[in-house]
Design a protein around this ligand. Structure first.
Ligand code: DSN
Length: 423
């Protein structure tokens, strides 16, 4: 069979792009060769609707073992007692949770997207804001942090059925215990979406949501450094408080409703090649090396945030506890969009991002979001981060000067081209 040079040449081009540049998108990372191998394996050929040992197809003996291994490793990693590893993404995981515990028209309360939340936490553009009735809490203008008393006030007023904590652009840790108190007070279920900080949580570097939150979802490809995908976890399975019964009239457990909401509720056949890749990455995350990696990710972000502040940049909330930071560029007289474009010319990849109380629209924005998970996988450490801030600063302060952008690009290429994607 002839190789499809068109597609494979493009893949080679993308690999070169990934190798030669500085990847600072907070939701991206580089997987190990083993994760890549599993994701590209013959498991893509297999249909396996259902769950391990409860499938709708024959020939599932091997994928049953693989999926069970993924579940077991994930549970050990987070101290969960139940997990579903089939969601194709974080959005799919959240869709399954809402299908399991809500009826259309029920109220949900989540973190405002324009303050750093996520589309699937109630945005009107997303299923979560179309099928359910959303309200939001945000950060304080002064501090850039969440005021938990205000979350409680909003919860008392709105009485949501589901309270959601978690974000895609919030650099501070979460008080899950306080969130649970709020949820209990208003009779809501509590969902933590830990997609961004999951790796840091797994290694005990941030607060653990599992003891407090009824349900926890995460993607597997950000700080967790696995293949793209999603999962759902529980530490304490409970009889569902919505009063949903089985055919015999017994209250169904939350885990059973979540399993049904993934399949057949929102998905068909699970991607067993991706589940195998998840299993490999969970195995890697269980190792001590992963803890060292996570410590460095956190340290690199902290070093960058301090260096940016020293150079007159405004970091929302004044710093970071995790792997990311949100930078308000208004004091630097450049929009998020223009900063993203100029940095892109220097092969420094970031994403423009709304900052709290932004005056620009989402396609322009006043800020950029930066994360350290990917560059840390490539081996960058303490003093490299100061150099990275210097490169970014030179671009931002000379965004119209093509010569300087070219000069910075050469320095970026010299720094990155010879480093493997996964050290
Ligand atoms: N798109 C992801 C992020 O960048 O944070 C969230 O889904």
């Amino acid at each position: 069979m002839r190789a499809d040079t068109h597609v494979f040449d493009l893949i080679a081009k993308e690999e070169k792009r990934q190798r030669s540049g500085l990847e600072l998108i907070a939701s991206e990372n580089f997987v190990s060769p083993h994760v890549l191998q599993a994701a590209g394996s013959v498991l893509t050929n297999k249909y396996a609707e259902g769950l391990p040992s409860k499938r709708y197809y024959g020939g599932c003996e091997v994928v049953d073992e693989i999926e069970s291994l993924a579940i077991d490793r994930l549970c050990r990693l987070f101290g969960a007692t139940w997990a579903n590893v089939q969601p194709h993404s974080g959005a799919q995981a959240n869709a399954a949770v809402m299908l399991a515990v809500l009826k259309p028209g029920d109220k949900i309360l989540g973190f405002d997207l324009s303050h750093g939340g996520h589309l699937t936490h109630g945005s009107p553009a997303n299923f979560s804001g179309k099928l359910y009735v959303p309200s939001f809490y945000g950060v304080e203008a002064e501090t850039g942090t969440i005021d938990y008393n205000k979350v409680a006030e909003t919860a008392r007023k709105e009485k949501p059925k589901l309270l959601i904590c978690g974000a895609s652009a919030y650099s501070r840790d979460w008080d899950y215990k306080r969130f649970r108190e709020i949820a209990d007070e208003v009779g809501a279920l509590l969902l933590a979406d830990i997609s961004h900080p999951a790796g840091l949580i797994a290694k005990g570097l941030l607060n653990d949501p599992l003891p407090h939150c009824h349900i926890v979802t995460t993607t597997t490809h950000k700080t967790l450094r696995g293949t793209r995908g999603g999962v759902i976890m529980l530490r304490n399975d409970i009889e569902n408080p919505m009063g949903i019964t089985d055919k015999k009239g017994n209250l169904r457990m939350l885990s059973s409703l979540l399993d049904s909401a993934v399949f057949p509720g929102t998905q068909g056949g699970p991607l067993e090649h991706i589940i195998a890749a998840k299993a490999v990455s969970f195995g890697e995350a269980l190792n001590d090396d992963f803890a060292k990696y996570m410590v460095q990710v956190e340290k690199n972000a902290d070093l960058m945030a301090h260096e940016f502040i020293k150079r007159g940049y405004k970091i929302i909330s004044g710093g970071t506890d995790n792997h990311l930071m949100l930078i308000d560029l208004r004091a630097k007289n450049i929009t998020g969009k223009d900063a993203e474009i100029a940095l892109g010319k220097a092969e420094i990849t970031v994403n423009k991002n709304m900052v709290p109380f932004d005056t620009q629209n989402p396609m322009v924005t006043s800020g950029i979001r930066i994360g350290t998970a990917a560059v840390t996988t490539r081996g960058l450490k303490d003093k490299d981060m100061l150099k990275v801030v210097d490169l970014i600063d030179r671009v931002i302060t000379n965004s119209q000067n093509e010569n300087i952008l070219k000069e910075v690009r050469k320095e970026v290429n010299a720094m990155m081209s010879d480093l493997p994607l996964f050290v």
